[in-house]
Design a protein around this ligand. Structure first.
Ligand SMILES: Cc1ncc(COP(=O)(O)O)c(C=O)c1O
Length: 460
């Protein structure tokens, strides 16, 4: 198997501790290496590039399984130890040092009371948004709450009236189906278009890139939808919407007076081959009708630390968010607030290293599937660490995650939970070690071979 041929471990001395660390394993895979780790680039001390080239990120590596199994989060407690848990969106990397330190410092200071306001988080996020995406955020229009799910519910609660229609675009993050009724709304589905085998060229069925159905959105808005819950970038596809698409959405929102709640939780995890566009940066129309909900929690693996942001882009949006009860902000965690400040202020080197590891696994997954499980189709994501796998050709039924768990002992997220369009699909989390990913695909491939042998013997 050629995947790991040419692996080079880069070892450095850390001056403070004089301990040796492997800081990167440059993998020259059959499908090419990550753009951030091109072979032939000179790496100096501690991964610093010579010749004025941009610094090479210190690749973040997943922790060993024995250590991961000591974690008490959902990912590591939902299934017995013989199951490889590639389901819930948690990463197997160690925390970013500045983020961990920020929380430890607060604990040492016994600073564990209520959150009074967005405080230092508002300017920290605004600086991050400007330097990362050239998006100008007014810190006075930034509010905090518990997590992005709560941010969605509370924003919708003030944006719509009970019974109003709210649009989502399945296949999409399953809780969207529940958060809208929780806010008093009614879900209206405008499915994405495209996907594996979505088009025909001559006599051949071919893949088509996923995209928002703008005509479908316009029809739903014209029929009276009052809000659109946009997933930007889109979970589970890793789809990064283009500026042109978002601008078209903003024009429609303006035309029909629809509030757009843009969930940008995966935005810092956009890959090096894509460009993220914050919704509120696209136009005056977007700023007028849009609210962004986001957090540091997906990118820096802080889901249990509980702090998220709601960001307005106009006086109209600010007036809407000011209607939120004070309690909504007070339910943020003070540890989450300080962890988020650290992430947005000092977390970029870690994030760059995590993204290299994710992009390596994205390519590894493509080559493993091509080599060992070619019937499963996969359109590579351009954001985050979730892979939307099409199992339909294997005949594992509407919910292949059931088969994967029972037969292969690999936990995936059930495709149909993302909407009707998810029948025959499952979502895989690739923010794990390359070894775990390889083992998972090997197990799935062995189960597929066994299943097709059983089918043949039944037919005889
Ligand atoms: C698109 C999207 N929105 C919201 C969430 C949930 O965020 P939180 O844990 O902050 O509620 C997730 C979690 O994976 C997600 O993928």
């Amino acid at each position: 198997m050629p995947l790991f041929r040419g692996a080079v471990n880069i070892v450095c001395e850390e001056p403070q501790t004089a301990t040796r660390h492997t800081i990167g394993a440059v993998r020259l895979s059959a499908t090419g290496s990550s753009p951030a780790l091109q072979p032939g680039r000179a790496v100096g001390h501690a991964g610093v590039m010579s010749h004025n080239l941009p610094p090479v990120p210190e690749v973040v590596r997943a922790e060993p399984l024995e250590r991961l199994r000591q974690r008490t989060s959902e990912k590591w407690t939902a299934y017995p130890a013989d199951v490889l848990p590639l389901f819930v969106a948690e990463m197997d990397y160690p925390l970013a040092e500045p983020v961990a330190k920020a929380m430890i410092d607060r604990i040492r200071a016994s600073d564990s009371g209520y959150v009074a306001s967005a405080g230092p988080l508002a300017p920290a996020f605004a600086r991050y948004a400007t330097s990362t995406w050239s998006w100008e955020v007014n810190p006075e229009w930034v509010f905090t709450t518990t997590d992005v799910s709560v941010a969605i519910v509370e924003t919708l609660r003030v944006a719509i009236s009970p019974g109003d229609a709210v649009v989502i675009t399945p296949p999409v993050y399953p809780p969207f189906f529940e958060l809208i009724p929780e806010a008093g709304g009614v879900v209206v589905e405008v499915p994405l278009i495209g996907g594996p085998g979505a088009a025909v060229a001559g006599n051949t069925v071919v893949d088509e890139p996923w995209s928002l159905d703008l005509a479908g959105l316009e029809a739903a808005f014209a029929e009276g939808a009052r809000a659109f819950l946009l997933c930007n970038p889109h979970n589970p596809l890793g789809l990064v919407h283009s500026r042109a698409t978002l601008s078209a959405v903003a024009n429609l929102a303006q035309k029909y007076g629809v509030t757009v709640v843009s969930d940008e939780i995966h935005a810092p995890l956009v890959h090096s081959d894509a460009e993220f566009t914050p919704y509120l940066s696209v136009s005056a129309e977007a700023r007028k009708h849009g609210i962004t909900v986001t957090s540091a929690s997906k990118a820096w693996n802080l889901a249990g630390i509980k702090c998220a942001l709601m960001v307005a882009g106009s006086h109209r949006g600010h007036t809407l968010l000011k209607k939120l009860p004070l309690e909504v902000g007070a339910r943020s965690s003070i540890l989450g607030l300080h962890a988020s400040v650290a992430a947005f202020t000092s977390g970029t080197p870690w994030l760059d290293g995590a993204r290299v590891a994710i992009e390596e696994n994205r390519a590894l997954l493509a080559s493993l599937l091509a080599e060992r499980l070619p019937a499963v189709r996969y359109l590579e994501p351009h954001a985050s660490y979730l892979a939307w796998l099409d199992f339909r050709a294997l005949g594992w039924g509407d919910d292949p995650s059931v088969f994967a768990l029972e037969r292969a002992r690999v936990a995936l997220v059930s495709g149909p939970e993302f909407g009707e369009q998810g029948r025959g699909f499952a979502r895989l989390n690739l923010a794990c070690s390359p070894e775990v990913l390889t083992e998972a695909i090997d197990r799935l491939a062995a189960s597929a071979r066994m299943f097709s042998a059983e089918q043949v013997s039944v037919e005889k």
